[in-house]
Design a protein around this ligand. Structure first.
Ligand code: PMP
Length: 403
């Protein structure tokens, strides 16, 4: 991989923050945007901005074609069997809420659903709301000290009453890559469906939804070099046909009368209202961009960065890293004894370094470790070892100041 060439694709990477070159290590929160994606956004608004699917005029047709081409790009990327199984959403949160809302018509009070201890709040709260509505019971796969899921405990939680399991592919707070192959197989043996939150995995690992045999897989465009406000829900056709629509409105109907409305087929049944047309098109361009670099190259390089950064940070001493699984994406969550993560984050920001501090929308993980939060550095394929050196030196300075 030619990192300098790749970095030149990202205009933001050449800016300064607080007088220092930007070192952007908050990629798990959102990724940066390459010029090809920015250009696609500009081109859409400059030359073919129009509403899609129902216009007879040329602009509308051009926009529809580009949007549907992006859907095909996403289908191919995740290897879905059909384009109809790719639903555009506003992001992972929207995708999960859509499925959770649909399952209100599937679950009864005797049913059980299973979540994991490693989830982002967006893969917890919609299901709690669903359980309140239906009376179904929420069970939790416990985590271990190393930040991995206890899959033996998972097998014990599964029962004939389990209807749905929802787990992330990669933990945003710790970087752990969960063994979703096993989670899916064991759930299916009990007849339960599985939703995988792929928000943190999708920028690093190319998931094949057919090989995984997963029922639902959700991602956000903005974590994959795409814009904010767009994402994708993959759902097996049978499930998407079975679930009721999430929102009512234009685009999702077949016939409307005051007596009765019939719904459009897939994917439109779940795409009420004018979608984020430009966002969908730009998301497709981002996927093309990532595939041109290649996910194998991305994973290998990011692993190198992770190993290097882990060694450099540990050399500072007195530091605890949370999430020590051997199966990790490029995320390091850490604290120094007696120093609040927020203070580290604030000081290193003055040196141009962007990391995330806090609970990372995963309060149950912080409760497990009995900490208020962590400093989280998350790397992308456009980061360099020199940036890691600058980050480690900045952390060292902050530690001295705060000790
Ligand atoms: N799940 C995980 C694992 C995440 O990291 C995130 C984003 N931090 C989400 C869900 C929610 O994604 P979004 O805010 O894009 O809907």
């Amino acid at each position: 991989m030619d990192i300098e060439k790749i970095r030149a694709d990202f205009p933001i990477l050449s800016r300064k923050v607080n007088g220092h070159p930007l070192v952007y290590l908050d990629n798990a929160a959102t990724s940066q945007t390459p010029k090809v994606v920015i250009d696609a956004i500009v081109e859409y608004y400059e030359s073919y901005n129009a509403n899609i699917h129902r216009g007879v005029h040329s602009l509308s047709q051009e926009a529809t074609d580009a949007y549907e081409e992006a859907r095909e790009t996403l289908r191919a990327h995740f290897n879905a069997a059909k384009k109809e199984e790719i639903i555009f959403t506003s992001g992972t949160t929207h995708g999960i809420n859509l499925v959770a809302s649909g399952f209100a018509s599937v679950l009864t009070a005797k049913d059980e659903v299973i979540v994991s201890a490693l989830e982002h709040h967006s893969n917890i709260v919609p299901w709690q709301m669903l359980c309140e509505k239906t009376g179904a019971t929420l069970k939790v796969i416990p985590m271990t000290e190393s930040g991995e899921l206890d899959l033996e405990a998972y097998e014990e939680l599964l029962s004939e009453n389990t209807k749905l399991v929802f787990v992330n592919h990669v933990s945003n707070a710790l970087g752990t890559v969960n063994n979703i192959e096993k989670i899916i197989t064991k759930a299916h043996q009990k007849g339960a469906a599985v939703l995988i939150d792929g928000a943190q995995a999708a920028p690093h690992i190319k998931a094949d939804v057919q090989a995984l045999d997963v029922d639902f897989y959700v991602v956000s465009g903005h974590k994959m070099c795409g814009p904010t406000g767009v994402g994708v829900l993959y759902g097996k056709e049978d499930w998407l046909n079975k679930l009721p629509p999430y929102q009512g409105g234009g685009e999702m109907i077949d016939q409307v009368t005051f007596e009765k409305t019939t719904y459009a087929g897939l994917p439109h049944k779940f795409e009420a209202g004018t979608p984020n047309i430009c966002g969908g098109i730009a998301f497709g361009k981002a996927i093309d961009y990532l595939n041109e670099i290649g996910f194998d190259h991305i994973a290998a390089y990011e692993h190198e960065l992770l190993t290097y950064a882990t060694e450099q940070l540990l050399a500072l001493g007195d530091l605890k890293i949370y999430g020590t699984s051997s199966e990790k994406t490029a995320v390091i969550s850490f604290n120094f004894e007696g120093i609040h993560p927020y203070d580290i984050g604030t000081i290193i920001d003055k040196l141009g370094i962007a990391v995330r501090t806090g609970h990372h929308c995963a309060q149950p993980i912080m409760d497990f470790y009995k900490i208020p939060g962590t400093v989280r550095a998350s790397f992308s394929f456009y980061n360099t070892k020199e940036e890691i050196d600058a980050f480690v030196q900045a952390v060292k300075r902050a530690k001295i100041m705060l000790s």
